[in-house]
Design a protein around this ligand. Structure first.
Ligand code: NAD
Length: 360
């Protein structure tokens, strides 16, 4: 029996995770994959109940599970807490503790959504790239990270640190090259080598690691140029390998290539059980309205089947079902094309995907 830890979190988290669970239950029956689901509390909900965003019980549940399905955390009611006690700390701590250093963010356009993107169809048709974001180092985790008085006592000074070791760069680069080998064999490493020392090491180590993968074509790109090229010519990219913060920003930008941030899933892999979550946040502005797009979370569940359970056919069945539902013209508000589609709510979108899942 495969144990899945389910951490819905805050805001829209419970709504989107509910739909992903319906889909997992359906494939569990259809493909005869025995799954059990165990709920854990995390983020703001955990702060309210236990005073901490990642209670011990949740840590233990995640450590011993085979995979983790995560919604989203955060919300305005916790915004005034100090940075180290905010809901997002629960997720960051979980990624760090489980050694989940590789964050895979596939950006693939579903053909029926070609006109849902604000970009021209001739630019985005056929977009299929993967942002590989380093997840447990870089600017998010480097020390020192603090706010304190200036030496002359005349104000405050805030410090964040962007630090990487050879080992941290090597292991994420290796994953990037391995993924590229199974795709179109091109890897773009994104850095800011003209300004940052950490990028100089990053570029050197990635170039060295590339020698182990002669079948993959490596190129380097500055992050500011990459943000432009993603809009100008996104089809040039296959695997985009980058630092934690750069990857966070570039993948939100890439979301617009496929119509909405509500379409982008992710997998965080490394030493512990894989963690699967949409790339978006808790969207408090639309929570509880049955309007949030659950497809990013459902696609994350498909990634769970693919990467943690190695059940490719079940993962593909979910992706094909989503394609069919979109092809039939069903849309949540964020991807709605007035006059060309039928508006559905969160729960109905989940039900439609369930109905369309079939064995290949
Ligand atoms: P967000 O991603 O939650 O929302 C940005 C915008 O996109 C909002 O207008 C929202 O309504 C919309 N949106 C997001 N997901 C959608 C979906 N599935 N369907 C339709 N529309 C969707 O980012 P934000 O507003 O900057 O942050 C809100 C909270 O989420 C903050 O507390 C932030 O810290 C937190 N956050 C959490 C995570 C996480 O848990 N992994 C990631 C990012 C932000």
């Amino acid at each position: 029996m495969t144990r899945i830890a389910v951490l819905p979190g805050d805001g829209v988290g419970p709504e989107i995770v509910r739909e992903a669970l319906k889909v997992l239950q359906r494939v569990s029956r259809l493909f005869d994959i025995p799954l059990t689901f165990e709920d854990g509390i995390v983020g703001g909900a955990a702060i309210d109940r236990y005073g901490t965003p990642l209670p011990l019980e949740t840590r233990n549940l995640c450590r011993t599970a085979d995979a983790i399905l995560f919604g989203a955390v955060g919300g305005p009611q916790w915004d005034n807490l100090p940075v180290d006690r905010r809901p997002e700390r629960g997720l960051l701590a979980l990624r760090k503790e489980l050694g989940l250093y590789a964050n895979l963010r596939p950006v693939k356009l579903f053909a029926p959504l070609v006109d849902a993107s604000p970009l021209k169809r001739e630019v985005i048709t056929g977009v299929d790239l993967l942002v590989l974001r380093e997840l447990t180092g870089g600017l998010y985790f480097g020390e020192p990270k603090e706010i304190g008085p200036t030496p002359d006592g005349k104000g405050e000074r805030a410090i964040d640190t962007l630090s990487y070791t050879t080992c941290e760069i090597e292991r994420i680069a290796r994953i990037g090259f391995q993924i590229a080998e199974r795709r179109r064999k091109r890897l773009t490493s994104v850095d800011k080598v003209n300004v940052l020392a950490s990028s100089q090491l990053w570029r050197r180590v990635v170039t060295e690691t590339a020698k182990e993968f002669p079948g993959v074509e490596l190129s380097h790109m500055l992050v500011d140029n990459c943000s432009m090229q993603l809009i100008r010519d996104p089809r040039r990219f296959d695997v985009v390998l980058t630092e934690n913060t750069f990857g966070d920003i570039l993948s939100d930008e890439a979301a617009m290539l496929v119509g909405s941030i509500g379409m982008l899933p992710s997998a965080s892999l490394g030493e512990g059980p894989g963690l699967y979550e949409p790339i978006h946040g808790s969207a408090p502005d639309i929570a509880g309205q049955d309007t949030v797009n659950p497809l990013a979370t459902i696609l994350s569940a498909a990634m769970l089947l693919r990467y943690s359970l190695h059940h490719e056919s079940a993962a593909t069945a979910i992706e094909t079902a989503i394609d069919r539902v979109l092809e039939a013209g069903h849309r949540t508000l964020d991807i709605m094309q007035p006059g060309h589609a039928v508006l559905v709510g969160t729960a109905q979108m989940g039900n439609l995907v369930v109905e369309h899942i079939a064995r290949g």
